[in-house]
Design a protein around this ligand. Structure first.
Ligand code: PLP
Length: 355
């Protein structure tokens, strides 16, 4: 830290992204990326922009919003895009939290929420997950503030049903519920249809997971017109050109090819079921994950040790040194071949531990 760094921020602890190692080729199961490339339509559309890169992109991102509304039951003024959904989560903290409206989220959830609260100097309360590492909706009734829930939750993969969320939204009409649906396409149900009925729910989505576009940086928020207008106030006050032309064009290609995304999501769901069964046979306990990862704890080795042993053998997974979950690993679901390598390596480690 330089002696010039703002005193307002000198206790800020930045988010720690998953490792992106360059030293060797790993079977990379640590950042929930897709093992598949994006739809070929992404590049087909992006290449057409080549001759227009001297021009700023459309700050309203109209063409992309219109393509979105062909796939989802909302109007263009009910959706806003940004440079990854992390950007929009940050905007939601800025727009919908203040001293009277602090943030509430689970104690075990996406690690970026407390960082966004801190950088914007917003108070927050972390509400413990229950014994089974699940969100208990009752804990979020009567909170005077803005609630952030990942559904499926990260890193547990557990879900709330749309009716449980709608019930919360109805019982707490003066609180905004921000529902982060980064993993919704892997078997959960989206709350997007609720935005036409309720003015206090905001859905955040991303192209980084099921749409295989983490490197393109594209996320969206869906809500009633006035919530979306507020997010645009923040976006236009920071960087209205924050989605580049290539990404906008590729995003349209991706939206126009929903079958490709669904097919890949089905493959991940099948591979998740296979991996879950194999890990159970190897003595693991798993949460009921509806995401493109499993969250697993073994009866015969600690989480950090298993993470290190796997890394030595060329398999990268995510470990969190946090009370209650330090013996768990979050393992991204990749191709069947990748999952077979994971299971083979764990089997080797188990044989060594037992000898
Ligand atoms: C991956 C992820 C995101 C988002 O990412 P972007 O790449 O910024 O769109 C948001 N929320 C959760 C819970 C995630 O796991």
């Amino acid at each position: 830290m330089s002696r010039f760094f703002s005193k307002r921020l000198n206790r800020l602890v930045p988010y720690t992204p998953g490792e992106q190692p360059k030293d060797q080729q790993y079977v990379k199961l640590n950042t929930n990326e897709s093992p598949f490339p994006p739809s070929p339509k992404a590049m087909e559309e992006a290449i057409k922009e080549e001759q227009r890169l001297q021009l700023y992109p459309d700050p309203d991102v109209s063409a992309l919003r219109e393509a979105f509304c062909v796939q989802y039951p909302v109007r263009p003024d009910q959706v806003v895009f940004s440079n990854g959904s992390d950007d929009l989560l940050n905007f939601a903290f800025i727009a919908f939290c203040d001293d009277e409206t602090p943030a509430y989220f689970p104690d075990i959830t996406y690690g970026f929420y407390p960082v966004f609260a801190d950088i914007n100097r917003i108070d927050y309360t972390e509400i413990p997950l229950d014994e089974a590492l699940r969100i208990d909706p009752k804990d979020y009734v009567g909170r005077k503030g803005t609630v952030f829930l990942a559904n499926p939750n990260a890193p547990t993969g557990c879900i709330l049903s749309v009716s449980e969320i709608e019930d919360l939204v109805e019982k707490n009409k003066d609180s905004v519920f921000v529902i982060d649906e980064a993993y919704v396409d892997f078997g959960a149900e989206s709350c997007i249809p609720l935005v036409s009925k309720h003015d206090n729910i905001l859905i955040i989505g991303t192209f980084s997971k099921s749409r295989s576009f983490a490197g393109g940086r594209l996320g969206f928020a869906v809500g009633c017109e006035s919530l979306i207008a507020d997010l645009n106030t923040i976006r236009y006050s920071t960087n209205p050109y924050n989605i580049n032309r290539l990404t906008i064009a590729a995003g349209i290609g991706i939206l126009n090819d929903p079958d490709y995304m669904r097919k890949n999501a089905r493959t991940i769901i099948e591979n998740r079921a296979w991996t879950t069964e194999k890990l159970r046979e190897l003595g693991f306990e798993l949460t009921d994950s509806y995401a493109n990862f499993v969250f697993a704890k073994s009866s015969w080795i600690g989480g950090e040790k298993l993470y290190l042993e796997l890394k030595k053998r060329g398999v990268l997974v995510r470990h969190f040194s946090k009370p209650r979950i330090e013996d768990y690993l979050r393992i991204t679901i990749g191709t069947r071949e990748q999952m077979q390598i994971l299971i083979d390596r764990i089997t080797e480690i188990k044989t060594e531990e037992e000898s």
